[in-house]
Structure formats: C-alpha cells, structure tokens
Design a binder for this molecule. Structure first.
Ligand SMILES: NC(=O)c1ccc[n+]([C@@H]2O[C@H](COP(=O)([O-])OP(=O)(O)OC[C@H]3O[C@@H](n4cnc5c(N)ncnc54)[C@H](O)[C@@H]3O)[C@@H](O)[C@H]2O)c1
Length: 364
C-alpha cells in the first residue's frame, strides 16, 4: 500500500477549512496539522477536526509534525514569505490564488521549487471544475470556430478585503479561465476602477485583455452589486458559449448563432448581414467539487513527480497580468503593453495549457 502524503494547511479563515475538509476526505492523504495565528480560528477547527493538530507556530508546523506538503490559504501578503520558508524546508507547496504580491516574488518561488525538485502548485480552482474543462474541450475541438471575444462578470455584495482590491481578489478566477481557453498570454492590459468604500482599495474594476489577431476579453469584478453574477460568454466565429456558474445543472449552453457579412454586393440595397439562428444545446457535465479534484491533483503530482496543471508558471503569468492591471489603474486605464517576447514564450516556458488533468513531467 502507498504511504499517504502528510499535509498541513496554513490559514483557517474563510477558505482554509474547505481545503482541510477536502484533503481529509482523500484516501492517499494524512491531513495532519492546521496552523493559524488566530487561536479563535484554531479552536473552531479543533472542534470540527479533533484528530488534526492545531498549531499557532508555523515553525512547528514545518519542522515538528512530519509534513510532506504545505498548503497556504492566508491573505496574499503572507504567501511569499510562508511559501519560501516551506520550500526551503523541503516541503511540496500549494499556494492559494493569487500566488504572491509581485511577479518578482513568484519568480523566486519557482526557482527555489525547481532547484529543490519540489511540486509548486497554485490554487486556480476553476481550471479543475467540470464546466471549465468542458469549455476548454469544446474550444480546442474547434466547435465554436475562432474566438472573437470573451466577456466575464463576477459580481456580488462581496467580502471586502483590506490588503487587495477586487481585481486581485476576484479576477484571478476569470483570468485563469481566459488564459486557458485562449491558450496564450495577452499583448496588453487596461484596467479602470474605483474605491467607493475603503480608501485606496478598488471595489469595482473593469479589466480588458488584448490578444493577438484583434481578440480581446473583458472582466468586470465587483464587491458592490446587489445580485450575485458569475457569468462568462465566449463568442466564436461559428458558435457562442454562455457559462453561468450559478446554474445548478445547466451551467453551459452552446448557441449555434452567428452573423456574417455577404462576401460581395453591388449596391447598398443588396447588402444584408446574414444571421444564422440554429439550435442551442446543453452538454451533460459530470459534476464534482472542483476543490476536491484540485487537492487530488496536488497529491498525484507529488506522488508522480509531475508538474501541476496550475504550476508556479501559471501563477506567475496571472500575477504579471494583475500587476499590469494595477499599473493601468493608476494611469486612468492606459494600456500596459507586455514586452514582445512574452506572447511567444507564454506557454513554452512550462505552463502549456492542458485540457485533461494529465500533469507534465517536471524539468528536474
Ligand atoms: N480558490 C478559491 O476559490 C478561493 C476562494 C476564496 C479565497 N481564496 C484564497 O484563499 C486565501 C485566503 O483567503 P480567505 O478568504 O480564507 O482569507 P481570511 O482572511 O478569511 O483567512 C485567512 C486566515 O489566515 C490566518 N493568517 C494570517 N496570517 C497568517 C500567518 N502568517 N500564519 C498563519 N495564519 C495566518 C488568519 O488568521 C485567517 O484566519 C487567499 O489567497 C484567497 O485569495 C481562494
């Protein structure tokens, strides 16, 4: 029988308990310890999981309980320091999104993980969800034609964060999905927004990503909306996909609709756009908790020594886009253009998008 992987979770606020619950439910995992600087949070967690040790001392978590892997679910400003210490202690490390506060920090973490032959995985949870995997499959099969644009909205009366704005909090979900669906890094980023409630912390933002061949994506993020919205539209040259994550069973609908210009016409009277209205259909999706799939994938990558679907490189790409969005925000939405090298190197450096959860061997 395989030896279970011994896991510790750091940060037991809103999201950490979901990670503890999922790791605890996996057969090849020994969910051994949880750490939080708040004794009150630990008390709560000990009541739920009396067999999991709760500690306030991170050093003790790293060196005193025999962990193979550390899972970090603290506020973003702590990700880099906690992950660096974990990797230097020889632990495989999972960091919640966004990976760190800057691309320089991400680069350093990737380097330490590679130097020490450790798995470094980032919690881009939506890439483990069945609807998103289905969308990627449909797009890669060419069913919708060429992507024209993507529009994504993630809105509600949200949990206000103090250290990051709504773009850093919510847009990582949309950006990770969009990069995966489009399969390349954008040429430039624009971002506009406003801080209505907490000075200096934008609670509403609009990000635009421009890709090659005139394709673009818009991402609207808000903590200030009366209704909860989790919607993405992917418009292709042949078909369109609407993904509504709040739908219980029919999360994806594919519309066989398109508009075409006549190839040639003699007079203006002859000019008619050609509208195609076909059927719409809802593909069957086998639902599974994305976080469970994600946690299982982390353990499998450790067992097999493979690179995760959402590796440190993917975390870095995403943080580069968030940094560019912040720079644009400070400059009234002016475009921040990436150096030319980026768009060709995007995935060749290791973060090539995959449809299935087949991890790549790590280059170590
Ligand atoms: N993947 C997802 O869908 C998803 C969803 C929500 C949150 N998240 C991510 O999870 C992370 C945590 O978010 P949250 O909403 O749970 O935050 P939170 O503020 O609710 O909880 C953070 C917890 O970390 C603890 N903490 C802070 N510093 C610590 C340290 N140095 N050592 C140990 N514990 C420490 C705090 O006491 C708190 O209990 C963030 O990166 C967030 O973006 C991911």
């Amino acid at each position: 029988m395989k030896k279970p992987i011994v896991v510790g979770v750091v940060g037991c606020g809103y999201w950490g308990p979901n990670l503890v619950r999922n790791f605890k439910g996996l057969a090849n995992c020994d969910m051994r310890a949880m750490c939080d600087t708040s004794e009150a949070r630990l008390e709560h967690m000990r009541r739920l999981y009396s067999d999991v040790e709760g500690v306030t001392d991170y050093e003790h978590l790293l060196n005193g309980v025999g962990l193979d892997a550390v899972v970090i679910a603290t506020p973003v400003k702590h990700h880099y320091a906690l992950a660096k210490t974990s990797l230097l202690a020889g632990k495989h490390t999972f960091i919640e999104k966004p990976m760190a506060s800057s691309s320089a920090e991400c680069g350093e973490l990737i380097e330490i993980a590679e130097r020490n032959g450790l798995v470094l995985m980032i919690g881009h949870t939506f890439l483990y969800s069945a609807p998103v995997r289905k969308i990627v499959e449909i797009v890669q099969a060419g069913d919708i034609g060429e992507i024209r644009y993507i529009n994504s909205r993630r809105l509600n009366l949200g949990l206000f964060q103090k250290d990051i704005n709504v773009a850093w909090d919510l847009a990582p979900h949309d950006i990770s999905i969009i990069l995966h669906v489009v399969g390349e890094f954008p040429i430039s980023v624009n971002c506009q927004g406003n801080a209505h409630v907490t000075h200096g912390v934008e609670d509403v933002t609009n990000i635009s990503l421009t890709f090659r061949h005139k394709r673009f994506a818009t991402i609207q993020s808000s903590w200030l909306e009366p209704r909860k919205v989790r919607e993405m539209t992917i418009v292709g040259t042949r078909r369109m996909i609407v993904y509504d994550d709040l739908e219980t069973n029919e999360k994806i609908r594919i519309y066989d609709v398109r508009v075409e210009r006549p190839p040639h016409y003699d007079t203006f009277a002859d000019f008619h756009y050609s509208y195609h209205y076909g059927d719409s259909y809802i593909p069957h999706i086998q639902q599974e908790e994305p976080l469970k799939v994600e946690c299982q994938h982390f353990l499998e990558c450790i067992e097999k020594g493979t690179r995760p679907l959402t590796s440190g490189y993917d975390g870095l790409q995403l943080v580069k886009i968030l940094e560019a969005a912040s720079a644009s925000l400070k400059n009234d939405g002016a475009a921040v253009t990436f150096p030319r090298r980026q768009d060709t190197l995007t995935y060749s450096e290791g973060s090539r998008p995959q449809t299935a959860l087949v991890a790549e061997p790590m280059p170590i």
